[in-house]
Ligand binder design. Structure first.
Ligand code: NCD
Length: 308
């Protein structure tokens, strides 16, 4: 692999190879050890949109692998003077960047960068297109709890239409044999669910009881030209995963959210912190998956061998 631009491009073999490496990293990370796989390498975090988990876990993943990090913050950069994404990225690469992690509001910008940079590029979220490392860490978490995903029913609830997280998850889940259902108001569902290979529902009561995994998503108001639902209160009433709906959950079902959560809208705090929730496992697995991605992209084959 030279770049990681989209979950759609990953083969089943590549997904399993990344999972296998991520699993092996769990022990050294839990012991607080630093490896030397990225010794002498620099990872550039080029984020043009807000981020908490993704940026910090790429930073931590790089440090755990012994590499250095260059953090770019758009707010106080020369972007305000008109510098373009490509010029910014090329300058950071000229400072010694070996791998550029990019988050940008425009779909396709990581692919454009990959053509203009010498080094590796990882998509950390491009508009509502894809967020491949989130898709990988989510599916890794599901396998960790449920074993094989073959034939499992995964329900994604909320703003699927504008969600890069949903799209990356759907691509990986379908490759791994899971059945993906989506549920939400008609305006937030993908216009043609069949082309994505998912089944659409409008009422939670119809699809919640059979789900092995329930993933709630934030409404991506920043990606909507105008509000696509009558009100946040109405959304919470019909599609919120709350205490009243908890008895509908299948026994052993796991509850996920990529974060950030809007409490009381898509997910109630007591459910987010309840026994079904694996939300903080997702966060921890984010470090392991990003370490695996960086190692597979940047490490020499002999360095990667023990972790394959
Ligand atoms: C998501 C994102 O930015 O796409 N967050 C994340 O990376 N964990 C989801 C969101 O913003 O709702």
């Amino acid at each position: 692999m030279k770049h990681l631009l989209a979950a759609r491009d990953l083969s089943v073999q590549e997904i399993h190879a990344l999972f296998s490496t991520a699993k092996k990293f769990a022990e050294p990370v839990s012991k607080g050890e630093t490896l030397a796989i990225l010794k002498g390498k620099t990872v550039v975090n080029l984020f043009f949109e807000s981020s908490t988990r993704t940026r910090l876990s790429f930073e931590l993943a790089t440090r755990r692998l012994g590499g250095g990090v260059l953090n770019f913050a758009v707010a106080n950069s020369s972007v305000s003077k008109g510098e373009t994404l490509i010029d910014t990225a090329r300058n950071l690469e000229a400072m010694g960047g070996d791998c550029t992690i990019v988050r940008h509001p425009s779909a396709g910008s990581p692919a454009t960068l990959a053509k203009r940079l010498q080094g590796h590029v990882v998509n950390a979220g491009d508009g509502f297109h894809e967020h491949p490392t989130q898709g990988l860490l989510d599916t890794f978490t599901m396998i960790d709890r449920l074993g094989s995903l073959d034939g499992k029913k995964i329900l994604i609830v909320g703003d699927i239409a504008h969600s890069r997280v949903a799209r990356s998850n759907i691509h990986i889940l379908r490759k791994l044999g899971a059945q993906v259902n989506v549920c939400g108001p008609a305006t937030l569902l993908p216009p043609d669910p069949k082309t994505l290979g998912v089944k659409a529902f409008h009422r939670l009561e119809e699809c919640l009881p059979e789900a092995d995994v329930v993933m709630a998503l934030r409404i991506q108001l920043e990606r909507q030209n105008k509000m696509q639902i009558p009100s946040i209160q109405e959304y919470a009433h019909f599609w919120g995963i709350n205490k009243a709906r908890e008895p509908l959950l299948k026994k052993g079902c796991i509850l996920m959210h990529p974060g950030p959560i809007n409490p009381g809208v898509e997910l109630d705090p007591e459910v987010a912190d309840g026994p079904n929730s694996v939300i903080l496992d997702q966060v921890f697995h984010g470090i392991l998956i990003r370490m695996a991605v960086l190692a597979h992209l940047c490490a020499k084959p002999e360095e990667l061998k023990p972790w394959n």
